[in-house]
Each structure stands twice: as structure tokens, then as C-alpha cells.
Design a protein around this ligand. Structure first.
Ligand code: NAD
Ligand code: WQD
Length: 343
């Protein structure tokens, strides 16, 4: 069974390709390589001993999608392709709406024409905005604070409208759409062959910690020490990327097994960890010091954010299995084996 993976050369996409191939699926990847390299695909092939069909292309390019749908009998699509940097989205909002929203519309239009109606979409916990209550359940109010987050929420709404309209037509092949809301993906495949390869100075905490530990960056700045949390630093639900990748395979399998309609589903562990707890776990597990200093809060950050992960268990029979020690160990393994990423 063939799955189209858009953005499959990227961080989460490459790990998902490993899990798809290991579960007996075939993968066709469409990626424009704007934030990745084909080396990740070669390494997925090395890990799994299986081949991937790679197409360098853009999800906004209809002809590219039509060619792929004609050449391959695609059963379902996992849609990762998009831009993901919050700060950049504030500077270049149109580019984010073009890639993330327009790209997702073109993809759904071409899927509909090809009568492929099973879709997994990469959403984000960012759609919960500044949480009123924790843990976050999928039915809580949604809001966003930056164009990146807005692009994710817009696509969620667009896909809901699409499914409602399709139901009214009483079509005999209903849409099944999983809106997977990721919390904070970290870690890497245990082989150390694939991992996160950010451009320039990382914005996210885990790659920053790893680059301090490897000596590329001098010290970590901890953004805020006066939050109402266990130690004053921000709390997040870090989730191992391999667990996250398995969640995508489970979503495809659930839709093949009859899960239909639009389902928003949190993919998190359900546990919150503070910045200092993550730093300490990294230092202890890897026996590597991570010098840090406390600085002011980063604008736009929330104090704490973690998932209620029960819906994923109920609908997908999925739950996170890897703990924080595996997350920091595998992040460090990838970073130390590939100090310059895929270069
Ligand atoms: P990534 O940048 O590593 O992967 C995205 C891939 O999509 C890249 O390989 C890039 O080259 C490709 N791409 C971008 N625009 C494209 C387009 N128009 N056409 C074809 N390919 C395109 O990012 P990631 O961390 O793997 O994230 C994957 C998805 O998950 C994204 O949609 C992101 O918004 C979402 N997400 C990520 C996180 C996170 O913290 N990493 C959290 C929540 C949601
Ligand atoms: C985590 C914690 C920071 C860097 C972002 C996006 C979100 C999602 C995941 C895509 C916070 C602190 C960080 C540093 C620090 N992406 N921190 N020093 O902000 O929770 O989520 O990535 O959907 O949309 O907003 O993740 O890793 O940037 O930060 O102290 O150098 O680490 O303040 O408390 P965030 P993050």
C-alpha cells in the first residue's frame, strides 16, 4: 500500500517514512527541499533496507501532484510540507499562508480529483494559543498568536469545511482526515542517522541544548525564570519524534480500519517538563555540561502547555512510549554523530 508523504525529507517526515516502511507500507515523498536534503531519504533507505520514491516538487504545483497520483496508486496522504518558524512567519506572513494554506488547499483539491480521501495533517499544539486550563483536550478553545499558528488553524478549518460539504453531497467515499496536533517533538532515530537539522541558529530548545553541548554554541539562554511553574521556567510536553512518527502510522491504519470524518487528535505524552528539567536530564544522561544563563521571557511564549493524550489512545490505539532519557540520549547521539547535520 502506497502512502504519499509530503515534506517527507524533513525532520518528522523522515522519521515517519522509517515507521511506514517498517510497517509494510511503501512511501512516495514529494518535497521541494526548501528545508531539507535528499541525504535524509538515503539514510531512511539505509535504516530500513527499503527504497523510497522521491519526487522533488512543491505541493502548490498541481501538475506535480497529478503526475504523482497518475503514476502511483496512493491510498492515503500524510501532509507535512510547510514552513514552521514562528518568528519568520511574523516577518513573512504571506509566504506562510502561501506554503501552508494554499499548499494544503491545492493538495486536497488534487486528492479529491484523484479520489484519494484519507489524509493526515500536521497540525500543532500552537492552535490552543495561551491555554486557560491544563492538560489540553482537543475540544478546548482555539486561538493563535502568530501567522504560523494561524496558518495551521486555517487549514484545520478548511479541512473541516471540506468534509462537511462532501458529506452533504452524500458521496460514497467519505473523507477521513486526522488533524494531528503535535506538542514539542524532540529526539532522533536511535541509529543516529536521521534527526533534526535546523538552518542556522536553532529557535527551539532541544537543538539549542545539543549545539551548546557539542561546542557549536557557547551557552543556552533560558527565556524566563518567573513563570508560575515548578522552577519558574517554561513547561512543555516534549515528545520523542519516533513516538510521533508511529502516531502517523497508527492514524493511517485507523483510517484504513474505518475511522472517518475529521478528528483533531493531540500527540503528546501528557507530561510537562520545565526548561531546567530538560537541561538537567540532558546533562545527567549524556554526561555533558550545558552552560546556561537566565534571561528575559521570549515574547509570545506561554508559561505551560501539555496534552491530555487520551483521545489518541482511544481513537488510534497510540500512546507515547519513550521517556525523557531516550529523548535527550537520542538527540545527543544524532548531534554528536552529525555535528553539521546532513552536510
Ligand atoms: P521540516 O522543515 O523539517 O519538514 C518540512 C518539509 O517540508 C521540509 O523537508 C521542506 O523542505 C518541505 N516543504 C516545505 N514547504 C514545501 C512545499 N511547499 N512543498 C513541498 N515541500 C515543502 O519540519 P518538521 O519539523 O518535520 O515539521 C513537519 C510538519 O509538522 C510541518 O508542517 C510543521 O509545521 C509541523 N509541526 C512541526 C512541529 C515541530 O516542532 N517540529 C510542531 C508542530 C507541527
Ligand atoms: C520550548 C521552551 C522556551 C529556546 C515552538 C512553536 C510551536 C511548535 C514547537 C510547530 C519554551 C524555552 C527555547 C531557547 C529557552 N512548532 N527556550 N531557550 O516555543 O514551545 O514551540 O516549537 O508547530 O508552534 O512555537 O518550543 O523549543 O522554542 O521552546 O529557554 O533558546 O524552551 O521559552 O519555554 P515552543 P521551543
Amino acid at each position: 500500500m502506497k502512502i504519499l508523504v509530503t515534506g517527507g525529507a524533513g525532520y518528522i517526515g523522515s522519521h515517519t517514512c522509517v515507521e511506514l516502511l517498517n510497517s509494510g507500507f511503501e512511501a512516495v515523498v514529494v518535497d521541494n527541499l526548501s528545508n531539507s536534503k535528499t541525504e535524509s531519504i538515503s539514510r531512511v533507505e539505509k535504516i530500513t533496507g527499503k527504497n523510497i520514491t522521491f519526487v522533488q516538487g512543491d505541493v502548490r504545483d498541481r501538475e506535480c501532484l497529478q503526475t504523482v497520483f497518475k503514476a502511483h496508486d496512493i491510498t492515503a496522504v500524510i501532509h507535512f510540507a510547510g514552513l514552521k518558524a514562528v518568528g519568520e512567519s511574523c516577518e513573512q506572513p504571506l509566504s506562510y499562508y502561501d506554503n501552508n494554506v494554499y499548499g494544503s488547499i491545492v493538495l486536497a483539491q488534487e486528492m479529491e480529483k484523484a479520489n484519494i480521501k484519507k489524509l493526515v495533517f500536521s497540525s500543532s499544539a500552537t492552535v490552543y494559543g495561551d491555554p486557560e486550563k491544563l492538560p489540553l483536550t482537543e475540544d478546548m478553545p482555539l486561538s493563535t498568536t502568530n501567522p504560523y499558528g494561524t496558518s495551521k488553524l486555517m487549514v484545520e478549518n478548511i479541512y473541516r469545511d471540506l468534509e462537511v460539504a462532501d458529506k452533504l453531497k452524500d458521496s460514497n467515499s467519505p473523507w477521513a482526515i486526522s488533524l494531528l496536533r503535535y506538542f514539542n517533538p524532540v529526539g532522533a532515530h536511535e541509529s543516529g542517522l536521521i534527526g533534526e537539522d535546523p538552518n542556522g541558529i536553532p529557535n527551539n530548545l532541544m537543538p539549542y541544548i545539543s549545539q551548546v553541548a557539542v561546542g557549536k554554541l557557547q551557552q543556552l539562554s533560558v527565556f524566563g525564570s518567573d513563570y508560575p511553574t515548578i522552577d519558574g521556567t517554561g513547561v512543555r510536553d516534549y515528545i520523542h519524534v519516533v513516538d510521533l512518527a508511529k502516531g502517523h502510522v497508527k492514524a493511517v491504519q485507523a483510517m484504513l480500519g474505518g475511522l472517518s470524518g475529521v478528528n483533531a487528535i493531540n500527540l503528546g505524552t501528557g507530561n510537562g517538563l520545565s526548561v531546567l528539567q530538560l537541561v538537567k536530564a540532558f546533562e545527567e544522561q549524556n554526561e555533558k555540561p550545558v552552560p546556561f544563563k537566565m534571561v528575559a521571557r521570549r515574547s509570545g511564549d506561554v508559561a505551560a502547555c501539555y496534552a491530555d493524550a487520551k483521545k489518541a489512545k482511544a481513537l488510534l490505539d497510540w500512546q507515547a512510549e519513550l521517556d525523557v532519557n531516550a529523548m535527550v540520549k537520542d538527540s545527543w547521539h544524532w548531534q554528536s554523530k552529525n555535528p553539521n547535520g546532513y552536510e
